[in-house]
Design a protein around this ligand. Structure first.
Ligand code: TYD
Length: 143
């Protein structure tokens, strides 16, 4: 998969605000450029713990800090980017073929993930060396 960390983007989401609070709406193929088939969320994350540390072959995701904050390390086998998420009205779109690690979760953080496909373990690459091999044909610099 010929994707780079620069294909991942922070997307501003809608925010409808009134005195009773705010609402953000995300519709597939409208507010994000992919279908939405699954939602899951991470919470009760103990201090110092990491999540993720894998890549997906086909899956697109929108990652949102619904509450609190955390950092996302993106890695395409050649370049790395670190993105801090701390607002519920912004989402990080992660394209397929990107290794990601989520870390530095604040106390009480809730990480909402909107995903383009249903859960499929065969779509995961969970071994970093295997990920580098998967990306090797597309990486320009020599390792
Ligand atoms: P995993 O994606 O590895 O979590 P993270 O990247 O946040 O560390 O998933 C953790 C476990 O949950 C793993 O056993 C697979 C299971 N799981 C599902 O059954 N369905 C899902 O939609 C997701 C995201 C995970």
């Amino acid at each position: 998969m010929h994707s780079s960390v620069y294909d991942c983007a922070i997307l501003p989401l809608s925010k409808v605000h009134n005195r009773a609070g705010s609402i953000t709406i995300v519709e597939g193929n409208k507010h994000v450029p992919f279908d939405l088939q699954r939602l899951y969320y991470l919470y009760d994350i103990p201090g110092g713990e990491d999540r993720g540390a894998h890549a997906h072959k086909e899956l697109y995701q929108l990652v949102v800090a619904a509450s609190g904050s955390f950092d996302v390390l993106l890695d395409d086998g050649e370049n790395k980017r670190i993105v801090t998420l701390n607002r519920p009205d912004y989402g990080l779109m992660i394209v397929p073929g990107i290794w990601r690690k989520l870390y530095e979760f604040s106390s009480g953080a809730v990480c909402l993930v909107l995903a383009s496909h249903k859960y499929d373990e065969s779509d995961y690459i969970r071994d970093y060396d295997q990920f580098l091999k998967y990306k090797a044909p597309f990486v320009q610099s020599k390792r």
